[in-house]
Ligand binder design. Sequence first.
Ligand code: HPA
Length: 247
Amino acid sequence: MPDLAIIGGTGLTSLKGLEIVRREVMYTPYGEPSGPLTHGILNGKQVVFLARHGYGHNIPPHLINYRANLWALKEAGVSRVVAVAAVGGIATALPPGGLAIPDQLIDYTWGRASTFFDQDLTHVTHVDFSWPYDAGLRELLIRACRKSGIEACEHGVYGVTQGPRLETVAEIDRMERDGCAMVGMTAMPEAALARELDMAYATFAVAANWAAGRAGLDVIQMEEIERTLREGMERVRTVLTTLVALL
Ligand code: HPA
C-alpha cells in the first residue's frame, strides 16, 4: 500500500519521474475527487498522486471537492500527504520562485464544505488543530530540501483566501499585519480534513508572484506567474524525489 500521497497544485498536474502503475477512479460518500488517483513508483517508492485542480487544471480553488479528495486518499491507504501549493509571497523572504514549508495557517475562506463531522451526529467532535501541519512530515521536507541543496523558508504562516480572484492590496496589508508570510487558496479545508482523517499533512509552497501591492508592483501578471511556476516546480520535483528516499 502507498504510504505517501502528493497533491499537486497549480503548475504541478503531473509528476515527472513517476512511473505510473495504474489510475484508480474513486467514488466517495462525498462525491468524486478531482480526478483518478495516479498510483506509481517514485525513486523506488510507491506513491499516489492527485492533481487538486483536475488533470486539465479546470477546477477552481473554491469548487474543489476537498472532502472527496482526502477521503479517496485515505481509502487508498495513504497516511501522509504532501500538498504542493502555489502561493503569493507576502514576506520579503518569499520572492517569486521561493519555496516554503509553512508551520501555521490562518483560514480566511468561507462557504466551503470543511468537515467530515456533519452527518449522523451522535456527539460533537473537535479535532486539535493547534499545529495544522505535521511536525514529522515538515521535518522530512526540510531534510529533503537541505539534502537536495535547495533553499526553502522553513517556517511561515499561510493565509488561505477564498479566491478565485486574487486579493486587494488592503487585504494583503491586513494579512501581513496578521502575520501571514504567504497567501494561497487551497490549504483549507484540505489541512483540517486530513487532520480529521488522522493523516499527516504538510504543505510545500512555491511563490508564484509577489502578493498584491508587495515589491511596489501595480498589478500581478499572469504570464509571470506561469513562467515562475514552471521553474519552481522543477525544484519541487527534485525535493519530492529526495523526500521519498527518506521515508
Ligand atoms: N494570492 C492567492 N493565491 C495565489 C497567489 C496570490 O497572489 N499566487 C498564487 N496563488
